[in-house]
Design a protein around this ligand. Structure first.
Ligand code: ZN
Length: 458
């Protein structure tokens, strides 16, 4: 008897050690964490109770226009012809106050990203890996992008709220349309973009700092000695001219074009940041292995579509076709497949959103905190509705996981489930560690310096 009691009293401890304890502890009365749950929380008191009604609602879902926070943008309307001009106009400009607020939220997201990566441990205990990731997050620049910028153009609708990570410049562009939306959504979106900046795929590529490139650099770029007469930019070959023009305004960026970087480095115009690349990110290793498995089939379809315009890749290819497929796959490895990359960015964002809510909203009423959480991932929830109602996916299927899985990703951090008081819908989604810093050993001697990655080709 006594022994049995001991076993029982030990049980809660053992369960606490495994994160998904709820189902093992007996019937869990909490509702399942689903997009519908978030939607209900978001629109219940907004006269828009379901996905269906969302497609009949206005673009701006706020109850009153004078609500202090920004627009709760109805993404369910994106892609509909009759809303095209309204959405384009929405994306045309934002007030200085909105832009300022968005940039402040971006800085807040940056801090949450650093806290998440470091587990808020003292800097002296950071591993080489932790340092490299934090440095990369710190180096990010945020800007407000115009409607016409590449960051903001989309084939679905021009002008709908979004942001983009530009690896060439290592910046996050926040579209003016995004700057006008609800602060929760801005945070979640920027958190997603920060995820791109530190993904395993991008961490393989070193960061480069550029000096201003002037006409005086032309002589060096042409490899001419000092005695040579005046050289103008027009004397450079077409390719070098193109590279110089592309880099003229760039202050920093990922080393996407090592040959050009070598050229600029030779002339003192570029420096690869020592220790900024990692051949592997230990903290994300389990996630990457899971995502590789999860998207293996999709990747094969992607190769089939890109190389042969087929829907599927047959199990066997002729030697010539196999060579074509191999070439494409070596240039576009599965480790950098966009779908897995986007899944990583969503999962990274999910942690930041959950951490922020645990900190900022825990003292508020459950309803207020649930509403805030819903608004954070409302854009995904409402794009999910588009698929639900109309059976169409807003995004290219080779770019993003399906919309339902994208919303479900936001429930993978256990603290999100606790916070929303819902239980996990086990969909075998890939998860990131709660505490990445604990996955990497603390500061190590110089022998493990990632400097060996300098100049590597992507
Ligand atoms: Zn993305």
């Amino acid at each position: 008897m006594k022994m049995l009691r001991n076993v029982i009293s030990l049980l809660p401890l053992a369960l606490a050690a495994t994160m998904h304890s709820a189902s093992a502890a007996g019937p869990d009365e909490r509702p399942v964490c689903t997009p519908e749950l978030l939607l209900r929380k978001t629109v219940a008191d907004r006269a828009t109770p379901s996905c269906k009604d969302l497609s009949k609602s206005p673009l701006d879902l706020r109850k009153t226009k004078d609500e202090a926070d920004g627009v709760l943008f109805n993404y369910a309307l994106v892609g509909k012809r009759e809303h095209r001009s309204a959405i384009e106009n929405f994306g045309r400009n934002s007030s200085a106050a909105d832009s300022k607020r968005a940039l402040e939220i971006a800085k807040e997201a940056r801090q949450y990203a650093i806290d998440y990566i470091t587990g808020k441990r003292d800097e002296t205990t950071w591993s080489t890996e932790t340092k490299a990731i934090v440095e990369r997050i710190k180096a990010l620049e945020f800007r407000i992008s115009e409607l016409s910028d590449g960051d903001c153009y989309d084939y679905g609708d021009v002008g709908y709220p979004q942001a983009a990570y530009n690896s060439f410049e290592h910046t996050i562009g926040i579209c003016v349309s995004m700057a006008k939306t609800h602060s929760e959504g801005i945070f979640a979106t920027i958190a997603h973009e920060i995820g791109h900046a530190v993904s395993s795929c991008n961490m393989k590529i070193p960061l480069v700092k550029y000096e201003e490139i002037t006409t005086d650099d032309t002589r060096c770029l042409l490899g001419l000695d000092e005695n040579n007469f005046d050289i103008r930019e027009e004397d450079l070959d077409m390719e070098t001219q193109r590279v110089v023009r592309a880099h003229r305004e760039v202050k920093q960026g990922l080393d996407l074009d090592p040959q050009s970087t070598d050229l600029f480095a030779k002339c003192g115009r570029a420096t690869r940041v020592l220790g900024s690349a990692l051949s592997e990110v230990t903290a994300f290793k389990a996630f990457d292995a899971c995502a590789t498995k999860r998207f293996a089939k999709d990747y094969r379809k992607y190769v089939a579509a890109k190389v042969f315009h087929w829907d599927e890749l047959p199990p066997r290819l002729s030697p010539q076709f196999q060579a074509l497929a191999d070439k494409f796959m070596s240039e576009n490895p599965q480790s950098c497949y966009r779908k897995a990359e986007e899944n990583f960015a969503d999962t990274f964002s999910a942690h930041l959103v959950a951490l922020r809510h645990a900190k900022e909203f825990s003292h508020r009423s459950p309803q207020a905190s649930h509403d805030a959480y819903s608004e954070a991932v409302f854009d995904l929830t409402s794009t999910y509705c588009v698929g639900r109602i109309e059976g169409r996916n807003l995004s290219n299927p080779h770019l993003y996981p399906n919309d339902r899985d994208r919303v479900l990703t936001y429930f993978t951090p256990p603290y999100a489930q606790n916070f929303l008081n819902c239980r996990n819908l086990d969909q075998n989604l890939c998860t990131l560690p709660l505490d990445p810093a604990s996955y990497t050993s603390p500061s190590t001697p110089a022998s493990s310096s990632p400097a060996r990655d300098r100049g590597r080709v992507r």
